[in-house]
Design a protein around this ligand. Structure first.
Ligand code: CU
Length: 174
């Protein structure tokens, strides 16, 4: 009804508005087609990536390689391996810790109040140093085994790690 009152100027305006709309539609349509074309181009790439086993494996091997390979096997060090020191005839409790990729044992059990000697085997790479803020030692293992001598400790749990604090172990004193 109101359209019947449309003036000539309004008709021109509507005509341009329609043209502008068509141009916009055409523009967005072509933009969409471009995106769709890109999407199609990406889809084949997404396929192999979507076969994420390959991607996951790549990520896993990538996380294994940075900085130190041995720390990548840190999952091994997170598995608790308990080992108890044995008290020798001289009244010192001793235990030897293997340092091949992780500490073995990584849960070292000591008796409270008994002098202890913990020998860390020689190590290289990420585990070349062993340290404990709790017990105040930092030893280099790259030149050979090192024995940490401890006075009788109070009961408690003392943390130790590789020098870069990526592979961990505990000394549990009871
Ligand atoms: Cu390390």
């Amino acid at each position: 009804m109101t359209m019947t009152k449309t003036t000539g100027a309004d008709a021109v305006f509507i005509r341009y508005a329609v043209i502008a709309l068509l141009v916009l539609v055409a523009f967005f349509a072509s933009y969409r087609f471009a995106l769709a074309a890109r999407g199609d181009a990406v889809t084949p790439g997404t396929g192999p990536v979507a076969a994420s086993p390959a991607g996951a494996t790549g990520a896993a091997s990538a996380s294994d390689s940075p900085a130190c390979a041995c720390c990548g096997g840190g999952s091994g060090s997170s598995t608790p391996v308990e080992g108890a020191a044995e008290v020798d005839a001289d009244g010192v409790q001793r235990i030897t810790v293997s340092t091949d990729g992780s500490y073995d044992p990584n849960v070292i059990k000591l008796a409270a109040g008994v002098p202890a000697e913990i020998t860390f085997n020689a190590a290289s790479g990420c585990m070349a140093q062993v340290m404990s803020k709790d017990l105040g030692f930092f030893e280099d293992l790259s030149s050979g085994d090192k024995t940490i001598k401890l006075d009788g400790l109070a009961a408690g749990t003392y943390e130790f790690s590789c020098g870069m604090q990526m592979v961990f172990g505990q000394i549990v004193v009871e």
